[in-house]
Ligand binder design. Structure first.
Ligand SMILES: Nc1ncnc2c1ncn2[C@@H]1O[C@H](COP(=O)(O)OP(=O)(O)OP(=O)(O)O)[C@@H](O)[C@H]1O
Ligand SMILES: [Mg+2]
Length: 604
């Protein structure tokens, strides 16, 4: 078989295979071009999720007719004035996007440089169809129609217009987040889907483009670290661990203003939240990393969504320590009772279930046809007959401090003063500004974990010998794993040794855990170790190990606590970092502010 040089249109189509995977990737290239052209406003119009039509209009520098012809040629770019790819500051630099898109769709470009005539050019699947003068304001308008209409193999892989639209929206949202100084609008099937005005600051833009609740449930990140050629700067926002999602799609990452989905960065975020979130939950972040251009190679991925750092360990370290420090500084903050949680209280009190299981609360009518909300204390009746967790159905078991206790100095204690315990599970405390409910098990587990972390920083965790060593039977693989980590586990205060092929002998457990259950602990640890990378030391997975241990050494739900114990727990929560969420990322406490309570009673 003889070798031949491929004709240009085939070369472009092959390149398109990498660059243009779906409507969202074509859209990304077009919006990036508009940004690189210095636009102040960018308008995107989509039809059928971009599968039928994508239109991007900008008010940037525009192109002359000659430049327009060149722009459609492969490897023609205005963005590399010299040979230095390393120092590129624009989003584009390869000169590939337009010819690639033009080879797999019908592409219309109209453009005008201020003070000159406008020009248009239509290219249909690689062939120039028409060019002519065009009337338009300064800037550029690019229309992509019928993407992949002539590439059935590709068209077949497109998802539903809805899914393609979601991907398009995500692409523009990311680019818009990076550039608050540019106004963005998106219209889909004739409907305005997103509109972001030009603003001065990133936090404002991030708030516009994400869930507004993020602002109330996040910390600001702002740190820098010097390197030879300048500074690594990390800015943005990161959610409190209690504000998390089931997928990582809500992590917005930028390197030098370029949206990326970089594995190293995502791994660093996971590391920063490791012991605060279970594996299947993800923090919400918008993080902007700015590094000197010689510290990063942006030319490593066809869609330019991954980068390579010269010193990956340093970048990872910066992110992990930066996020941790900011989250530490947030102290014991937890989530405020959300509106939906409040709504549940209201619903339950407003519509008591039927049934004969107890006195029915009286609904009072306000004469306007809406039942008034019932007093909170009626909730106990409402709960008896419905399918609430069984502890509500049990005989009354709430305890309260005697009413004659002198009024506590609530102002000195942000978590409040213990007033009682409900269902042997929740502590009720009165704070200066509202009512605090604490999940005693979750909170205590968190405190134990933080104590273990602190102890490990100072060396090893003290262990407490068992009076009679306990034999724990496990499968062989589990025993092997524990045995190979025995020396490391003893630094955590757990002393064990192999006891035959399928058993371990536990001699001592971490003193911090108090009366723990060695069997449960060792069994869980064996499982935990199976998920660990063998190359990592346990100290590197400290949080997971300590988390598993803490879970076994905590006050269980269902234990009656004395008022002194409850107050001790509250005081410790106040001074312990991260005490606002349990090791699984759920809140350890919630507060009903006085205003919230007033709302419940219709006083506001
Ligand atoms: N909206 C626009 N306004 C002004 N000029 C543009 C616009 N879009 C494209 N161009 C010009 O066309 C050239 C080619 O664009 P194309 O997207 O194909 O390549 P690139 O942006 O240079 O690099 P990359 O392939 O990495 O995107 C650009 O270098 C730019 O000069
Ligand atoms: Mg480009």
């Amino acid at each position: 078989m003889s070798i031949r040089r491929l004709p240009e249109h085939l070369v472009n189509r092959i390149a398109a295979g990498e660059v243009v995977e779906r409507p969202a990737s074509a859209l990304k290239e077009l919006v990036e071009n508009a940004i690189d052209a210095g636009a102040g406003r960018i308008t995107v119009v989509l039809v059928d999720g971009g599968t039928a039509r994508i239109e991007v209009v900008d008010d940037g520098c525009g192109m002359t007719p000659a430049d327009m012809a060149l722009a459609l040629e492969r490897h023609a770019t205005s963005k590399l004035p010299d040979e230095l790819i390393e120092s590129v500051v624009t989003l584009g630099f390869r000169g590939e996007a337009l010819p690639s898109i033009a080879s797999v769709a019908r592409l219309t470009i109209e453009s005008r440089v201020r003070g000159q005539e406008g020009w248009s050019r239509i290219v249909d699947n690689g062939r120039v169809e028409r060019e002519a003068p065009a009337a338009l304001p300064p800037g550029t308008r690019v229309i992509v129609e019928d993407l992949f209409a002539r590439v059935p193999a590709r068209r077949k892989f497109l998802r539903s217009p809805r899914a393609e639209y979601a991907a398009c929206l995500d692409v523009v949202r990311r680019l818009a987040m990076a550039r608050p100084d540019i106004g963005f609008t998106i219209e889909h099937d004739g409907r305005r889907a997103l509109s972001a005005m030009q603003v001065e600051d990133r936090p404002g833009r991030v708030a516009t483009l994400t869930d507004r609740a993020l602002a109330d449930n996040s910390v600001a990140i702002d740190i820098e670290r010097p390197v030879e050629s300048g500074m690594l700067v990390l800015g943005g926002v990161a959610s409190l661990p209690t504000y998390n999602r089931g997928i990582a799609d809500h992590q917005y990452l930028f390197v030098n203003g370029r949206p990326v989905k970089d594995r190293l960065l995502m791994g660093a975020i996971r590391g920063a939240y490791a012991e605060m979130l279970p594996r299947d939950r993800h923090a919400v972040v918008a993080l902007f990393l700015d590094v000197p251009t010689d510290q990063v190679d942006v030319n490593v991925h066809p869609a330019k969504t991954e980068v390579r750092f010269r010193d990956p360990a340093m970048v990872r370290g910066l992110i992990v320590s930066g996020l941790r420090r900011a989250l530490d500084a947030a102290g014991h903050r937890s989530q405020r009772a959300s509106d939906s949680a409040l709504a549940m209280w209201q619903q339950e009190t407003a519509s008591p279930p039927g049934g004969e299981a107890g006195p029915r609360p009286q609904s009072r009518w306000d004469g306007e046809g809406t039942p008034q909300r019932l007093p909170l204390e009626d909730r106990s009746y409402a709960s008896v007959s419905d399918a609430r967790p069984t502890f509500f159905a049990a005989p009354p078991q709430a305890r309260a401090e005697p009413a004659w206790t002198p009024p506590p100095q609530t102002s000195a204690f942000p978590m409040g003063v213990a007033r009682g315990q409900v269902a042997k599970t929740y502590i009720v405390a009165e704070a200066e500004d509202g009512l605090v409910l604490v999940d005693q098990h979750a909170a205590h587990e968190r405190l134990v974990l933080e104590r273990m972390r602190a102890a490990l920083v100072g060396g090893t965790i003290a262990s407490q010998a068992l009076l009679i060593p306990e034999v724990v039977e496990l499968d062989e693989a589990g025993c092997d794993r524990l045995e190979s980590r025995a020396a490391e586990l003893s630094e955590f205060g757990l002393d064990l040794e192999r006891f035959g092929p399928r058993a371990m002998l536990v001699r001592a457990t971490p003193a911090l855990l108090g009366q723990s259950d060695p069997k449960g602990l060792v069994t869980d640890l064996a499982d935990e170790l199976a998920a660990f990378d063998e190359a990592l030391s346990l100290k590197e997975r400290l949080d997971a190990v300590a988390g598993t241990m803490a879970c076994h050494g905590s006050v269980r739900a269902g234990r009656i606590l004395s008022v002194t114990e409850m107050n001790a727990l509250l005081r410790e929560m106040e001074i312990t970092p991260h005490s606002g969420q349990c090791n699984h990322g759920r809140p350890t406490w919630v507060k009903l502010a006085h205003g919230d309570i007033e709302k419940l009673f219709g006083r506001k």
